[in-house]
Design a protein. Structure first.
Length: 234
């Protein structure tokens, strides 16, 4: 009761401090408005450059928390670390890029959720084989350090360190192979080293992952075996 009458009185009488707050609010609103207008203009230019030919309003419907790989756990990356798109309608997807996190799973998730990080992959495969999806395959994740490769690929991070052979467990290889096979099936990507590549193979990158200890022969063989279990993409 007492609290109710207190707040009612407070709302009715505006002290000078309240007036100052309001003025600050108006200015903040104005600055925010300008930022929003600039943001919209940049977005419009970006949209025009990539999909001027596309009719508006044909984006696929999205469901919050939906994943592209059955069984993956969804954790949303910061929107600053990817670009919203409508793949493969606007960009063909013809590459899988293999990465190694150079750190633990939790720190990779933290980085991808951080808007200041500037990068994220679509998936992280943990050492124990659990898979987390952070960016929808519809969208362009910033993982390869090369715009064209980002636009045309799905990025898979693997928990571990390039110089630590213990990082690459059987569970990690097996889970990643199932994931990569599903991606290859979805977009009709051939299972070979031309199309399943390491981050180090991306033109212009200075990254070395997944490194010399990553067993490519084994990985491609596993992806191929998984791919053979599922019917070809239509
Ligand atoms: Zn990488």
């Amino acid at each position: 009761m007492g609290a109710t009458s207190d707040s009612a009185a407070g709302a009715g009488t505006g002290p000078p401090a309240g007036d100052g707050d309001r003025r600050l609010g108006r200015r903040a609103l104005l600055v925010g408005g300008i930022a929003a207008a600039v943001g919209t203009a940049l977005l419009a230019r970006e949209e025009l450059s990539r999909s001027w030919w596309r009719l508006p309003g044909v984006d696929k419907p999205r469901e919050a928390g939906a994943v592209d790989f059955r069984g993956a756990r969804w954790v949303a990356a910061s929107a600053a670390n990817y670009r919203r798109a409508d793949r493969p309608a606007d960009y063909p997807v013809d590459r899988v890029v293999v990465h190694v996190t150079q750190g633990g799973y939790a720190s990779a998730v933290r980085a991808f959720k951080d808007p200041g990080h500037g990068a994220a992959a679509h998936y992280i495969v943990r050492r124990d084989g659990r898979i987390t999806q952070l960016v929808r395959e519809l969208d362009v994740a910033f993982h390869a350090g090369n715009r064209e490769y980002n636009e045309r690929s799905v990025g898979i991070e693997h928990e571990g360190f390039v110089e630590d052979p213990a990082s690459f467990t059987d569970a990690l290889y097996a889970a990643s192979a199932r994931l990569a096979a599903a991606i290859c099936g979805r977009y009709g990507i051939p299972v070979d080293r031309e199309h399943i590549i390491g981050h180090a193979q991306v033109p212009g990158t200075d990254h070395t992952d997944p490194g010399r200890l990553w067993d490519w022969e084994r990985y491609i063989r596993l992806v191929g075996a998984e791919r053979a279990k599922t019917p070809p993409a239509r």
